[in-house]
Design a protein around this ligand. Sequence first.
Ligand SMILES: Nc1ncnc2c1ncn2[C@@H]1O[C@H](COP(=O)(O)OP(=O)(O)OP(=O)(O)O)[C@@H](O)[C@H]1O
Ligand SMILES: [Mg+2]
Length: 336
Amino acid sequence: MNEKLLLKILNYQKDGIIILDENLKVKFINEFGKKILSLEENPEGKNFYEILKDNYLETVISYALQKIDEKNEILIKNEEISLNDNVYLLNIFFIERNIVIKLSDVTPYEVYKQAKRDFVSNVSHELKTPIAVLQGVLETIQNENDLTQIRNFTKIAYKRIQQMNNLINDLLTLAKLEIKEEKINKKIIKIRSTVNNIFNDLKSTAKEKNIMMYNKIEPDFKLFVDEEKFYILLKNLIENAVKYNKENGTVEVKSFEDKNYSYITVKDTGIGIPKESLPLIFERFYRVDKSRSRDVGGTGLGLSIVKHIAEAHEGKAMVKSDLGKGSEFIIKIPKN
Ligand SMILES: Nc1ncnc2c1ncn2[C@@H]1O[C@H](COP(=O)(O)OP(=O)(O)OP(=O)(O)O)[C@@H](O)[C@H]1O
Ligand SMILES: [Mg+2]
């Protein structure tokens, strides 16, 4: 087979491939290899160390070269290295007196593995606390004769069971949305009355902090969405707007539209969200300030559900916030 053809094929390879001669002169580097090493010009003919900008890679390669052995073609096998915030698996071969370096990008897989680890530990943590409280309550009740005390303890237990129930429901909702198992049953709904129903659900929580809720959605404003899912989406946003609000604050729900999209906004006069947290706010389990959020309850799944529901409608969930002054969540949904 012709060599030119083989090298051309290597350019379409999704791994970085670099071939050096015995004196470490670059004989060939494919397009992906150039990208990984951030090279603009073709380095062929240059000494490899000259073009390397990463000291760690240089150290690994020097180490590999010490192991050159005619009988063993593999000098380095699947060594994980980080370059410019990406994770690569590095393999180095010694083939017919050439040094062949292969860098495979495994960043998405690493990110996935980390997310999975975080997820399991977060769920376990969120379940551990209410279970510990329940255990304590049941132990105490066993030796308690005072009916008033027993009632008080039962209330605590009930609250914790509710918390676990909410967590499990949120997890199930998320799981179904993520595997796209549940169908989106779109129909035309009048959002104004949906918002009124949610306000009604949240009336007593809002009253505790004297928060005024305003439904400024036009009476005939309609959306073509899954009614049940959109209720969950709006409830999460309005609940947050109340929960993270200040005493005597306000919550305002509005709607508008342009040619292709409908928009719903939920605006509050609450504590706001720091700029650095904004890109993370829709991630599973993310909470700005764990201690602050624990006071008001919640697991950090709400906004992740919001994002998934918006995306399941080919829409988008966005946020604007001014720390200390308030936040505004914007939901953008295609008209059809
Ligand atoms: N309107 C808001 N104003 C200020 N901070 C907010 C607002 N909405 C969300 N946040 C911040 O974003 C975090 C994530 O919100 P999210 O709704 O996902 O979780 P949660 O409210 O903590 O728990 P839950 O799963 O019960 O909704 C919150 O913990 C809070 O720190
Ligand atoms: Mg929430």
